[in-house]
Design a protein around this ligand. Structure first.
Ligand code: SF4
Length: 289
């Protein structure tokens, strides 16, 4: 599946501390979005991912989803999941045939509500996940590892089987312009590995697929050598802009250090530049053949 991602705008009903949505993006009109969809070549990109901000809070959200499905694309929605706590809304959207819903959830109740800066958002998201799973929708959870949820990674992971989710993605905090003090929210890889291994152990005998994003393989060892691969090429649409998201654009944020020259892992994406600036290079040791 090759993806085209449409960022519908930057409005959101959460206000996450590490949000990468750009506040300057003006919301696109329904017609502008339809025009973008019209321009996507299905032979090149058969799947459309809707993101924001929060795409589900748009008044025309159903209309947009319906239009995408009528044009024959697969549809993925990236969301905080809160709108899916409304059963009627969930039924209406999922009836269209959604390929996957990726839900951001960053901790247990207190931590998630603190990160999203909205009291009650955790419970709404959990209710949304439950409603989606009642209707057999594929649900993937995105958990961004940071200073505030580091110590409850295991307790968080323990609730996943009971939610019946299909996939969990442990993502490294991605530096962006909005994070003025990256070091305030970010943690060191070496502070996380023990917790991460325990989480992977907890999920070992479940049906939940595990993915890691932004964590170099040398941090986790040979067993996880396929954990930080370049994402597939993707087209991203913002209002009046279109750009490719591929190895080259990722490379602007990532760097390979001297140690990488000796490394046998040729698939690794490298390390976030901002991470190196903040925490240094000493944790990275090349993987021997
Ligand atoms: S040494 Fe460099 S290339 Fe090798 S896994 Fe680590 S970060 Fe990636």
């Amino acid at each position: 599946m090759k993806h085209a991602e449409i960022k519908l705008g930057s409005r959101c009903n959460n206000n996450c501390i590490f949000c990468t949505a750009n506040n300057k993006i003006n919301e696109m009109s329904t017609n502008e979005i339809k025009n973008i969809i019209k321009g996507i070549d299905k032979k090149q990109h058969d799947t459309i991912t809707l993101t924001g901000g929060e795409p589900t809070i748009r008044k025309d959200f159903y209309q947009i989803c319906k239009h995408i499905k009528e044009k024959g694309f697969n549809l993925i929605i990236q969301t905080n999941g809160r709108m899916f706590s409304y059963p009627k809304f969930t039924k209406k959207i999922t009836k269209l045939g959604i390929t996957k819903i990726c839900v951001s959830l960053h901790g247990l109740k207190k931590t998630h509500d603190n990160i999203s800066k909205v009291n009650g958002s955790f419970q709404q998201t959990i209710n949304g996940i439950k409603n989606l799973k009642k209707l057999n929708v594929f649900v993937s959870i995105n958990f961004v590892i940071n200073k505030y949820n580091l110590n409850e990674m295991q307790d968080f992971t323990k609730i996943l089987p009971s939610l019946n989710v299909d996939k969990i993605q442990y993502s490294w905090l991605e530096p962006n312009d909005k994070i003025k003090e990256y070091s305030k929210n970010a943690v060191k890889f070496s502070d996380v590995t023990k917790n991460l291994f325990m989480c992977l152990e907890l999920l070992k005998n479940t049906k939940i697929k595990t993915f890691m994003v932004g964590i170099p393989p040398c941090i986790l060892g040979e067993k996880y050598e396929r954990c930080n691969l370049s994402p597939p090429d993707m087209l991203i649409y913002l209002k009046e802009q279109r750009y490719s998201y591929n190895k080259n654009t990722r490379n602007e944020k990532l760097v390979k250090i001297d140690e990488c020259k000796k490394c046998s892992n040729t698939l690794c994406e490298g390390i976030y530049k901002k991470y190196i600036e903040t925490f240094g290079k000493t944790e990275f040791k090349s993987i021997k053949k």
